[in-house]
Design a protein around this ligand. Structure first.
Ligand SMILES: [Zn+2]
Length: 279
């Protein structure tokens, strides 16, 4: 990639895929709901998640972590370890996607293990009825830190921005699918579960039971959870209860409430329920 034009095309493609994916999965939610009569899918619920994403996206766009990376790397991605190998684009894409997915896994793991990060990431988990729009529900700081982590890692390792854009194009429909309130046939889960984080594997991660939500940190590929022994195979397509203990109230579900959650939410050891039957 010698100039910025192909990158612009990939960014445009990202937004097209984003829009089409929401239309497709919201339609499938109406046709094949996993949990019938769920609070998910309501206009208010979707509006709140979309508003939070808009704020997160605007702040991240304003602070420009990608712009900073672009100015360091240059349009062709000429800085970083991988650039010294002069790999063909296909090899660079595969290696780059694997590395970005690993960076996403490590950030997500840290978001559960580091207390102050968990207070921010808990906004995503405070969703009590998962649906396609849950994939938009991230506190702006969570969104920004996750982006920064990937950008710094990618810059040091020499993964060009166009590979990150490609990764995002591939990951966005999967992320929406993972959260969507859709009945997924068991055979789909079984086959794709060897390679990808499937809806059941990710929904298990949204369980209110801490022993269950401290698992399955993968974002795209399931190999990292297998490799680092953090994979828990779900017994059901969705947990008995999703959400975060202490963040069930309406005050924690409004846009303002979600923005203030990192300041208000005090995770205590006692809130970590270790017995799945005690939810
Ligand atoms: Zn999580």
């Amino acid at each position: 990639m010698e100039n910025a034009a192909p990158l612009d095309n990939l960014v445009r493609l990202f937004f097209i895929i984003l829009g089409l994916s929401y239309v497709l999965f919201i339609w499938l939610e109406a046709l094949f709901p996993l949990v019938k009569g769920s609070a998910a899918g309501s206009g208010l619920h979707a509006a709140r998640n979309f508003s939070l994403w808009t704020i997160a996206f605007a702040i991240t766009d304003l602070l420009q972590p990608t712009g900073a990376m672009f100015s360091v790397q240059g349009p062709g991605g000429s800085v970083g370890l991988l650039t010294r190998l002069s790999l063909p684009p296909i090899a660079l894409s595969i290696i780059g996607i694997l590395i970005i997915d690993l960076l996403s896994y490590t950030y997500h793991l840290a978001a559960h293990k580091v207390n102050w990060l968990w207070r921010i990431h808990a906004v995503h988990h405070s969703e009590q009825s998962l649906d396609a729009t849950t994939s938009l529900r991230f506190h702006p700081i969570d969104f920004l830190l996750g982006s920064l982590w990937k950008m710094v890692g990618a810059t040091i390792l020499g993964i060009p921005l166009w590979v990150i854009a490609l990764y995002q194009i591939l990951i966005i429909p999967l992320s929406i699918f993972q959260h969507a309130n859709i009945h997924v046939p068991a055979w789909v889960e079984r086959i794709f579960g060897w390679l990808l984080i499937t809806p059941a594997i990710h929904k298990h991660h949204h369980s209110i039971v801490r022993r269950e939500h401290d698992s399955n940190y993968g974002v795209g590929l399931v190999i990292w959870d297998r490799l680092f022994a953090t994979l828990q195979q779900p017994e059901h397509p969705t947990p008995k209860q999703t959400g975060v203990k202490g963040l069930e109230t309406e005050a924690s579900q409004t846009i303002f409430g979600m923005l203030l959650t990192p300041l208000r939410y005090k995770p205590l050891k006692e809130t970590a329920i270790t017995n799945s039957d005690s939810v």
